[in-house]
Design a protein around this ligand. Structure first.
Ligand SMILES: Nc1ncnc2c1ncn2[C@@H]1O[C@H](COP(=O)(O)OP(=O)(O)OP(=O)(O)O)[C@@H](O)[C@H]1O
Ligand SMILES: [Mg+2]
Length: 173
């Protein structure tokens, strides 16, 4: 991947229409199929109810997480351990004290290998490392969702390609 390091990943933005939750599940399955996901930092943007947790749930299931997958709205983080893969699902909506970031040891988590998924990353702005992939969900009038994928690193670029390749033939806007 070193040779693609110099690319301007910031400009790589793809947009997909997700007519229903099944389409969200297909995006999650495509992401889960890529080995690059194992060390990725992914931000999930979008208003309340946009579908961030839903996407993460499908992603965790596709990776092999069984049992209940709770929204981390109250706990801020929910950790998952799979064989050879640590995953942290964050929801920073309730993070209002910057000190909380230090006290909770989040800095150590982001310095560790594994997959980090962050809902409401704007609430932790200034603390989070640069995300590999920025996902933004927008609710449309007919309740379908628009998903934009913005790659910011070579890892993010690989993931973005994987999703758009898997969605080839689906309507995009
Ligand atoms: N592609 C889709 N098309 C239509 N409905 C969807 C789609 N994806 C998710 N949904 C529905 O939208 C709702 C999204 O809720 P979810 O908890 O995932 O939102 P959220 O973005 O995590 O909200 P919060 O900011 O409160 O954490 C769920 O009811 C889900 O079934
Ligand atoms: Mg959520």
């Amino acid at each position: 991947m070193a040779e693609s390091e110099g690319r301007d990943h910031v400009r790589i933005v793809e947009t997909l229409l997700l007519p229903d939750e099944a389409a969200t599940a297909r995006v999650a399955a495509a992401l889960a199929a890529d080995p690059a996901l194992r060390h990725a930092v992914i931000e999930l943007h979008g208003e309340l109810g946009a579908g961030k947790t839903t996407l993460v749930r499908h992603l965790l299931r596709a990776l092999g997480v069984s049992g209940r997958i709770k929204s981390p709205t109250y706990a801020v983080v929910e950790p998952y351990e799979l064989p050879g893969l640590d995953i942290w699902h964050f929801d920073f909506y309730r993070l209002d004290e910057p000190r909380e970031w230090q006290d909770a040891g989040f800095r150590d988590i982001f310095a560790s290998p594994g997959l980090k998924l962050a809902e409401w990353p704007e609430k932790a702005a200034g603390y989070l490392p640069r995300a590999d992939l920025v996902l933004t969900l927008t609710v449309r009038d007919d309740d379908s969702r628009m998903l934009t994928l913005q790659a910011q690193t070579a890892t993010g670029w690989a993931l973005c390609q994987r999703v758009t390749d898997s969605a080839a033939g689906t309507v995009s806007a």
